[in-house]
Design a binder for this molecule. Structure first.
Ligand SMILES: Nc1ncnc2c1ncn2[C@@H]1O[C@H](COP(=O)(O)OP(=O)(O)OP(=O)(O)O)[C@@H](O)[C@H]1O
Ligand SMILES: [Mg+2]
Length: 410
């Protein structure tokens, strides 16, 4: 368990967030300092303008440094985009002599064996999280060290990304004068930011509707089972409104956030909104329902793409804790009803992260779920248990577990 604060950086498509967090005695995430800086360097989750992103990172981190009075050198950074892929890989090692106690180096060997997956030359592994160990075929083992057996197996959640896109994240952080301590895929981070231990155990899906991507993470038995990302999100709603209603992007954003709803049928035919069109001198009244029809059509598309992701996890219909919606784009009227309808589930809720400390009010909002999850990922994982014995030189060699699930049983 980490006691000293961790520094995390969420590179979103609309903003960069830097957050310093520690764990309270009760085990809650306590936010010591945070900052948020608008950023146009990231598109659909991918750093496409390294300089602009580096400038925003430097600004965000410097603000946290000033507020804490200490320098921040290395950061746990989120990575996103439709280039991310996840697979559940398996590995095994024989234990010699048979039935001796399993040691840390056996666990590392078996995890590394599971990571020997065939990948195209332009991709690389971002992280591998062991989901479950098996000893002599006995399933559901969480902590194999000290147990005895002749054969150790593991199922690992491996996330890969395109090397060029991973490098551009690293370049932006380096250009901002800091180092990447670790990279964490946004779907996993967001999931850990909002789901309770019970929901992770029971099985749930977390959907983060951000500005540029919609991330999906499926959890079962306390571990991540699937993660993916679709490149359509709430900024697309804004550009649809801007194009179809002939407004500026700012006016479209205002209409979306103030009057948007995901189901046009919940809006009365009589409601009117004033719309400032670019070719008109004066605002014109328009049926709010028309605005919501445009929104509904795009949100249905997002819902359908999310459903496909959940189908790919193979766990659709086996997620009793239901659907947790978060991210800036989740703050729209009737979003829970629309997602229940499109995904064919009975339970959906819009959720925000829960934190302790003086910044709780500002941080407990859907746009901060990923940042809080990055902190939880680091603070609650058992880094040392599976860190390579010889020490690591690069973040890509680190192996973490999710501490809570792994401490719970086995
Ligand atoms: N009240 C609201 N209703 C609807 N959408 C909103 C509301 N408030 C913010 N948004 C939208 O949320 C989006 C930003 O969300 P968020 O901060 O989660 O994105 P991000 O983390 O920067 O991007 P991403 O995670 O996709 O890379 C913007 O498209 C914004 O218009
Ligand atoms: Mg985000």
């Amino acid at each position: 368990m980490s006691i000293s604060p961790v520094f995390v950086l969420d590179l979103g498509s609309t903003k960069v967030v830097c957050l310093a967090a520690s764990l309270t005695e009760k085990g809650d995430v306590r936010v010591e300092a945070f900052s948020q800086v608008g950023c146009r360097g990231v598109k659909q989750g991918v750093v496409h303008d390294v300089d602009a992103t580096a400038t925003a990172i430097d600004e965000a981190v410097s603000r946290v440094e000033r507020s804490l009075g200490e320098a921040v050198d290395d950061l746990v950074v989120s990575i996103a985009g439709a280039h991310l892929q996840s697979v559940n890989a398996q590995g095994f090692v024989p234990i010699y002599p048979s039935s001796r106690q399993i040691r840390q180096d056996d666990v590392l060997s078996v995890i590394n064996h599971s990571r020997q997956i065939v990948m195209p030359a332009d991709r690389e592994q971002i992280m591998a999280i062991p989901r479950e160990f098996r000893i002599d075929g006995q399933r559901g083992v969480s902590k194999p060290i000290g147990m005895s057996g002749g054969r150790l197996e593991v199922v690992t959640h491996v996330v890969t990304g395109q090397s060029a896109k991973v490098s551009s994240v690293e370049r932006a952080v380096t250009l901002a004068g800091r180092r990447v301590r670790e990279m964490v895929p946004q779907p996993l981070a967001t999931g850990l930011g909002v789901a309770t231990m019970g929901q992770l155990e029971d099985g749930c899906v977390v959907v983060d509707i951000g500005g540029g991507t919609t991330d999906v993470a499926v959890f079962a038995n306390g571990a991540i089972a699937y993660s993916g990302s679709v490149p359509v999100s709430s900024n697309h709603v804004t550009s649809d409104l801007s194009t179809l209603l002939k407004t500026s992007p700012d006016e479209a954003e205002r209409l979306k956030t103030q009057f948007g709803a995901c189901l046009s049928r919940v809006v009365s035919e009589n409601e009117r909104v004033e719309v400032k069109q670019t070719d008109q001198a004066e605002p014109r009244p328009m049926q709010r329902r028309v605005l919501c029809e445009i929104i509904e059509s795009r949100m249905r598309e997002i819902g359908t793409l999310v459903r496909r992701q959940i189908d790919m996890s193979g766990l659709n219909g086996q997620l009793p804790a239901g659907l947790l919606l978060t991210g800036g784009g989740s703050q729209m009227q009737a979003i829970d009803a629309l997602f229940c309808e499109v995904l064919g589930v009975s339970k959906a809720a819009v959720v925000s992260p829960k934190v302790a400390g003086p910044h709780a009010k500002s941080v407990e909002v859907p746009t901060m779920s990923t940042s809080v999850g990055l902190a939880r990922y680091c603070l609650e994982s058992d880094e040392h248990e599976f860190a390579p014995v010889s020490g690591f030189t690069n973040w890509k060699e680190k192996i973490r577990t999710l501490r809570n699930p792994f401490n719970k049983k086995g």
